[in-house]
Unconditional design. Structure first.
Lengths: 113, 113
């Protein structure tokens, strides 16, 4: 596709449930980023991949958050034992290089009830 | 040190007027300053960006002014249009990061016809 694709677009999870959010980056893009955007706030960095290597995971808020990109293309962000404070929009972005000007997807809105 | 402070939180401008949004940063190692535009339900889209070696960059109706000594930068939208109504985020990158950006909290712009 022409852009970054994220699925599902919306996810409602019961507190304590595990969720998996998928990101399909633009074909051939080396770099992939995950951000978390709380309501009315700016995006906050979670983690960064260069191909399949996770080079920075300093933004992951707890060990309940885990991200992978095993073949250097599709990435999955997994949240275990979801909590209400995890409710946010999760944005994925990709870039052809390490350059900052990357393209964001439309995000997955996660609501934990 | 890693914060980017953005103001105002919201802005109402008449059609044809000039919209001005300001940001300030603290980390002098930042070397990339983009502005993103976000519509409801969409991911942020890169609007314009500047490096600290220039004081101004213009692309169409959008201009970034950059003051390195004051550690401030601003977005000017000339001849504002109702279609410009969106949330705008400033961001900063660099300082040894792998490509992740630090975002401001956003400015909700409404352009009245």
């Amino acid at each position: 596709g022409a852009g970054v694709s994220q699925s599902p677009r919306y996810k409602v999870a019961k507190r304590g449930q595990d969720v998996a959010l998928r990101c399909d980056p633009i074909s051939g893009h080396v770099s992939l980023f995950w951000y978390q955007q709380a309501l009315g706030q700016g995006p906050e960095f979670l983690t960064y991949f260069q191909n399949e290597a996770q080079l920075d995971k300093s933004g992951l808020p707890s060990d309940r958050f885990f991200a992978e990109r095993p073949e250097g293309s599709v990435s999955t962000l997994k949240i275990q034992r979801t909590q209400q404070e995890d409710s946010a929009v999760y944005l994925c972005a990709s870039s052809p290089t390490r350059w900052y000007g990357y393209t964001f997807g439309s995000g997955t809105r996660l609501t934990v009830v | 040190q890693q914060q980017v402070k953005q103001s105002p939180q919201s802005l109402i401008v008449q059609k044809g007027g000039i919209s001005i949004i300001n940001c300030a940063y603290e980390n002098t190692a930042f070397d990339y300053f983009p502005w993103y535009q976000q519509f409801p339900g969409k991911g942020p889209a890169l609007l314009i960006a500047i490096r600290p070696d220039v004081s101004e960059k213009k692309e169409g109706r959008f201009t970034i002014s950059f003051n390195k000594s004051a550690k401030q930068f601003s977005l000017h939208i000339m001849d504002s249009q109702p279609g410009d109504s969106a949330t705008y985020f400033c961001a900063a990158g660099g300082g040894g990061s792998q490509g992740n950006l630090i975002f401001g909290k956003g400015t909700k712009l409404s352009v009245k016809p």
